[in-house]
Design a protein around this ligand. Structure first.
Ligand SMILES: Nc1nc2c(c(=O)[nH]1)N[C@H]1C(S)=C(S)[C@@H](COP(=O)(O)O)O[C@H]1N2
Ligand SMILES: [Mo]
Length: 332
């Protein structure tokens, strides 16, 4: 992962952060007054120029967004505009440039989709996406999202707690980690033919079981009140808001419960640069750049929009307990 902008600016973020086009939870609830008014809510009107067809906002998705969550914290920051979140991506299966996924991910076919569940579970099997999703009430969570490359966004995701899904598969007493795997189909993913990434496909990621069970950890099926665009990891991705973005693996086709720590793509590729834990930590720099600050999207040449990075990306109160007694410099 390369970083392109290294110079800093002292322009206060308050002067340069645009108004989120997406209304925040309380404003939204006040404006919408419930699910019935969703269609005329101002947030949707503001989004209508963003190339969305109605099929990306099916009734079940609108219902989920209107229902909202279980009290998990919203980010207090302005939401990143939808157009930035779908045009500035990391998804190396579709190319390594930030605009490659938006340009190339049309070839991904997210339906039908099957997720294989295996390893230390009582109920392994190949599950159709519909069966994965069926019992779970969806909710919207607005999370800060921090890439290890020192840029960040604030995104309203739609999903459900990963822990609720894992419990259905009945992890055995030996299960201590979860491993995730992305689809690796060169017919659908032109980036797999690029020999220069060094990545040993499929892209894989992993969490300790207690991290996976943490209520902030989401399985995501949508964003901005819509189904996931291909470039953002359709039809099913992970979102772990206190960890660097590379942990939040996209287009998941396999979930394995493991007794041992699984190997993971970026950790394999450059273990000195990308740890297994990858908790956002402004005090532990990447060997090639500082992690103390981040560029909040959207940015521009004149307005790089630097701000301080928060410990655990601002979720310290909720997650610090997971790492009690651990040396976070060693387990980065
Ligand atoms: N399969 C897969 N998942 C992936 C990646 C990838 O290249 N392949 N990139 C990761 C990185 S580095 C980041 S920052 C986020 C970006 O998510 P976004 O494009 O939805 O913002 O996806 C993560 N998940
Ligand atoms: Mo990233």
């Amino acid at each position: 992962m390369l970083i392109r902008h290294k110079h800093k600016s002292d322009i206060p973020a308050s002067e340069i952060t645009p108004e989120g086009v997406y209304l925040r939870r309380r404003e939204f609830m006040a404006a919408a007054g419930g699910a019935a008014l969703m269609a005329s809510a101002p947030s949707l009107a503001a989004l209508s120029d963003a190339a969305a067809e109605d099929s990306s906002r099916p009734a079940w998705m609108r219902k989920a967004v209107a229902a909202r969550g279980d009290g998990a914290p919203d980010a207090t920051d302005a939401t990143t505009p939808y157009t930035d979140a779908i045009r500035y991506n990391n998804f190396y299966e579709f190319g390594t440039a930030k605009d490659d996924p938006a340009a190339n991910a049309d070839s991904l076919r997210p339906h039908p989709w099957t997720v294989t569940v295996d390893g230390e579970v009582g109920r392994p099997g190949d599950y159709a996406l519909e069966d994965i999703l069926k019992p779970h009430p969806l909710e919207e969570r607005i999370y800060r999202f921090r890439c290890v490359e020192a840029w960040s966004m604030v995104v309203p995701w739609v999903g459900f707690p990963l822990g609720d899904l894992l419990r259905r598969f009945e992890p055995t007493s030996k299960a201590r980690y979860v491993r995730f795997e992305t689809l690796a189909d060169p017919e659908q993913m032109p980036g797999l033919k690029n020999p220069f990434t060094g990545i040993d496909w499929p892209y894989t990621e992993g969490l300790r079981l207690d991290e996976a069970m943490h209520p902030l950890t989401l399985m995501v099926v949508g964003m901005y009140g819509r189904t996931l665009p291909n470039q953002n990891g359709a039809p099913l991705r992970l979102m772990v808001p206190w960890k660097y973005g590379f942990k939040s693996i996209k287009s998941i086709v396999r979930i394995s419960l493991m007794s041992e720590q699984p190997s993971t793509t970026w950790n394999d590729l450059a273990p000195g640069e990308y740890g297994f834990y990858a908790n956002v930590n402004p005090a532990v720099d990447h060997p090639r750049w500082s992690q103390a600050r981040e560029r909040r999207l959207p940015t521009s040449l004149f307005n790089p929009n630097w701000r301080d990075t928060l410990m655990f990306n601002g979720y310290q109160e909720q997650v610090a307990g997971l790492y009690k007694g651990m040396d976070l410099r060693r387990f980065y």
